[in-house]
Ligand binder design. Structure first.
Ligand code: IYR
Length: 223
């Protein structure tokens, strides 16, 4: 492809005071994002999920190959299959595979192998990363796949939060069962993460432990 560019016309520059106010407002909003572990079964229109996935698809990525695929699951039957298989994997994890140190780290969260929300929540989004890109003239390598899909997943979580939805990042290990359930080509695509999406159930709680965010001095150095 030839190197062609077009002018940047949609960049918006704000006065400095407004920049600060926007940055503050964004922080105030995003700090209300919490991982939800009790979901309501209240339906969420597919159109909203589609807009959020479009936002995820704008993430910066290697060579603009966009090495991701999002499977949005609303089918009760598919959700039930995912729950059954994920819970079987999590039972192995909690019954020994995790090891003592990991289980200790999870104690304040109060998690266990029971994952009813995988069926209750209206949507699950299975995110896949793609090793190679299929084109009309054959396969091409993808670059920075993990970074790209991680950023896109972050965009997706932000978009869903911004739309007024709760999420939970779920990563049963191994996640290979998702390829089969979602009918994806496991030779080229690897399950990256399962996002649970919906409204928090009445009385949903968040662990005290999760509120503790490191102070700026600890997470930032200025040189
Ligand atoms: N996948 C398990 C365990 C788990 C691991 C981490 I690291 C967490 O932050 C939370 C849970 C589960 O979902 O229960």
């Amino acid at each position: 492809m030839s190197e062609q560019h077009h002018p940047l016309t949609d960049f918006v520059e704000y006065p400095q005071q407004e920049m600060l106010e926007r940055a503050q407002a964004h922080y105030q909003d995003i700090k209300r994002r919490h991982s939800i572990r009790k979901f309501s079964d209240k339906p969420v229109p597919q159109e909203i999920i589609e807009q959020c996935i479009l936002a995820a698809g704008t993430a910066p990525n290697g060579a603009n190959h966009q090495p991701w695929h999002f499977v949005a699951i609303n089918s009760p039957d598919v959700k039930a299959q995912i729950r059954e298989q994920a819970e079987a994997i999590e039972r192995g994890f909690y019954d020994g595979r995790a090891g003592e140190e990991w289980l200790d780290a999870l104690k304040p969260l109060g998690t266990n192998a029971s994952k009813p929300y995988l069926e209750t929540a209206p949507w699950l989004i299975a995110i896949f990363s793609q090793k190679r890109m299929e084109t009309e003239v054959g396969d091409k390598n993808n670059y920075y796949v993990h970074e790209s899909v991680g950023i896109a997943t972050g965009f997706l979580i932000q978009a869903l939060h911004n739309a007024g939805l709760g999420t939970l990042t779920h990563t049963p290990k191994p996640m290979s069962f998702l390829s089969k359930v979602c009918e994806r080509n496991a030779d080229n695509e690897r399950p990256y993460m399962l996002l649970v999406v919906g409204y928090p159930a009445e009385g949903a709680t968040i662990p005290d432990h999760a509120i503790n965010k490191k102070p700026l001095e600890e997470i930032m150095t200025v040189l």
